[in-house]
Design a protein around this ligand. Structure first.
Ligand code: ADP
Length: 368
């Protein structure tokens, strides 16, 4: 029997609530107590009953479909430094919590991994300072921690889908369907900027799902001249074939092979100047995060929440902390430390312009 806490952290994503609901109910079902840490790591650093709340079965009623995260999320600078994590350690022990499930993006899970790795020295420091008793030290020697990936960007290595990505994709496709009508009526071109940070998954999948004319993503950069020529050739051909509308999707992280950001306005200027198209820019912004979770995210978040509870009950001090992933339609456990490591390697490969390595890292299992 454990006291299991769940938190949501980093950017909100539809399905986070469903994940919290599943963790709370699976924990109670297994005879454990469930807690919510409010406002992500901020709640850990602040501690106390306002930030660490016991949750009942009924507290999460209605959470399954709701977008965003009802237990709050925040970006917390203090948790990035050891003194902040020391406070987090103290507050968890004070609340009697011995297992933590973090639903968040790569940043949040990096923080979780660091917290886990540092835990023995944090708890030792608390004991040496007299902040915890010898008995508490023995009871909480090992923190069972587990990650589930909540992010609309679908940018975490070792999982095929992150909680929220399909809801966001659905929002984007619906918005582009709306834009389609006006584009078609006025024979206009629209440049649509979508979210995804350094990952082009949302842009690429939305492009396929809406049959857009051209897609710019960070993973397949070319020179400035390269993309401009290619886009104009393709769009020009579609227009010559009688297509009345043009949709170009730009991922927010789109870059040239010199790592220079490609903006939606720049794409618009090219379409206006080189093809003479009446062109508008639509930045979808936070609409992409809003609304209810699609069925896939409800299902993914629920199955992963249940698995996360099972995992924290089974993990021993010798097994690595797990990340709950989905791989080829199966809910699986992956070592959290490796998922974080690969995700960081992808970012490093992009920064050093090694795009092929970035792509192969994202696609492959981690091989040291
Ligand atoms: P996401 O989880 O969506 O990627 P962030 O990158 O903003 O979002 O991370 C969310 C929070 O996780 C941060 O505000 C911080 O509290 C914590 N965090 C992120 N990176 C680290 C890190 N390297 N060390 C400790 N905590 C971190």
């Amino acid at each position: 029997r454990r006291n299991i806490a769940v938190m949501t952290s980093g950017g909100d994503a539809p399905g986070m609530n469903a994940n919290v609901r599943a963790v709370v109910r699976a924990a109670i079902f297994r005879g454990c107590k469930a807690f919510a840490i409010m406002e992500g790591y901020e709640g850990l650093v602040r501690g106390g009953p306002d930030y660490i709340k016991e949750m009942t079965w009924h507290d999460v009623r209605g959470y399954l479909s709701e977008g965003g995260t009802n237990i709050g999320t925040a970006r917390c600078k203090e948790f990035r430094e050891r003194p902040g994590r020391l406070l987090g350690c103290k507050h968890l022990i004070e609340a009697g919590i011995d297992a933590l499930i973090v639903c968040g993006g790569d940043g949040s899970l990096t923080g979780a991994d660091l917290f886990r790795a540092e835990w023995p020295s944090l708890i030792q420091e608390l004991k040496d300072n007299g902040d915890i008793t010898a008995q508490q030290y023995d009871t909480y020697k090992h923190l069972n921690i587990c990650g589930t990936v909540g992010s609309i960007d679908n940018d975490m290595a070792t999982t095929d889908a992150t909680i929220g990505a399909y809801s966001s994709l659905d929002r984007i496709c619906k918005a582009i369907d709306y834009i389609d009508a006006t584009a078609n009526s006025h024979s206009r071109a629209f440049v649509v900027e979508v979210m995804g940070r350094h990952c082009g998954w949302l842009a690429l999948m939305a492009g396929i799902a809406t049959s857009s004319d051209y897609i710019l993503i960070p993973e397949k950069p070319s020179s400035s001249k390269g993309w401009q020529d290619q886009m104009c050739t393709i769009v020009g051909k579609h227009r010559a074939e009688g297509k009345r509308k043009t949709i170009v999707i730009v991922a927010e992280g789109a870059i040239t092979s010199d790592l220079i950001p490609i903006t939606a306005n720049e794409v618009k200027d090219v379409l206006v100047e080189r093809l003479g198209l009446d062109t508008r820019v639509t930045t979808l912004g936070h609409v992409q995060r809003g609304g209810t979770a699609v069925a896939y995210d409800r299902m993914l978040a629920t199955l992963q929440g249940v698995e996360a509870v099972k995992a924290v009950l089974e993990v021993t001090p010798d097994t690595p902390s797990p990340l709950i992933a989905i791989e080829e339609n199966k809910i699986v456990r992956k070592p959290l430390v490796e998922a974080v490591k690969i995700t960081k390697s992808v970012a490093a490969a992009i920064e050093s312009k090694d795009f092929e390595r970035a792509m192969s890292l994202r696609d492959s299992e981690f091989v040291e």
